[in-house]
Ligand binder design. Structure first.
Ligand code: SAM
Length: 239
């Protein structure tokens, strides 16, 4: 991967950034995404934010090598602290867990006033992000799921609006599996949830062998419920 040829995962994130966006890519690492967006879509301004020194330097090097230092500002800092209020209207956060993405959004909430679109790509726990979006009046507009190099990724696109609208049909399953992904289940979707069921079953078995405490009993009930719920969902869409 480089800034001319992104991975499918990052390319999918790029697809959802509007061509006129002033964007910030948080956790940018090599800054391939903002470089690609300037070169292919002509976006007018980007911040590449990085909390770690090594990736920050690599982003600086790549942006300079592409001759894009006037358009892409590479900044060292934690989460949304690298952006000034009102500076960007689109934020991408990709390649991290859902809990970390959610905590970055929650901690930097006051920087989101001018932001109209979020493009988020969690490696795990997309459900945590969907819940945060719903509670914070961001409406999930689109979702994608894709498989690359044996891993499955989700991309969530949100805009300000009625956070509850996508979940009218079934909030619990929508939050867990994705309201749009459920409607058009792809092979990657089926693969992800089949693997998740096996994983939950394995944990359930281990918990069954452990000393039974109120917590382990509660956890077993919770897992058994989720296994049933997702199995039903997969069965229904096969019907
Ligand atoms: N976004 C790129 C991608 O999707 O290919 C890089 C993903 S890389 C796995 C995650 C990057 O996020 C790392 O470079 C890490 O240093 C950075 N990161 C983690 N927590 C961060 C935070 N709180 N603020 C800014 N960057 C963060």
């Amino acid at each position: 991967m480089n800034s001319d040829k992104l991975s499918n995962r990052l390319g999918t994130v790029a697809d959802y950034v509007p061509g006129d966006a002033r964007m910030a890519d948080i956790g940018s690492d090599h800054a391939y995404l903002p470089c690609y967006l300037v070169k292919t879509k002509g976006i007018p301004f980007a911040v590449a934010g990085e909390v770690a020194e090594g990736p920050f330097r690599s982003a600086q090097r790549n942006v300079a090598a592409e001759g894009l230092t006037k358009i892409i500002s590479v900044r060292l800092g934690d989460g949304l602290e690298v952006i000034e209020p009102g500076e960007v209207d689109c934020i991408t956060i990709a390649g991290m867990g859902g809990a970390l993405i959610t905590s970055i959004l929650e901690t930097g909430k006051e920087k989101l006033d001018s932001v109209t679109r979020l493009v988020l790509q969690p490696n795990i726990s997309a459900e945590t992000i969907r819940k945060w979006l719903l509670e914070n009046h961001w409406e999930l507009m689109e979702e994608e799921i894709l498989e690359e190099d044996g891993k499955i990724y989700e991309v969530l696109v949100a805009e300000r609006g009625d956070g509850l609208r996508p979940y009218r049909q079934n909030k619990e399953l929508g939050l867990l599996m994705g309201p749009y992904l459920r409607k058009n289940p792809s092979n990657a979707f089926r693969k992800k949830w089949t693997a998740e069921i096996s994983n939950w079953q394995r944990i359930l078995e281990q918990l069954g062998k452990a000393v039974q405490t109120p917590e382990t009993i509660e956890k077993q009930k919770e897992l058994a419920y989720k296994i049933q719920l997702v199995k039903e969902e997969l069965k229904d869409e096969n019907a």
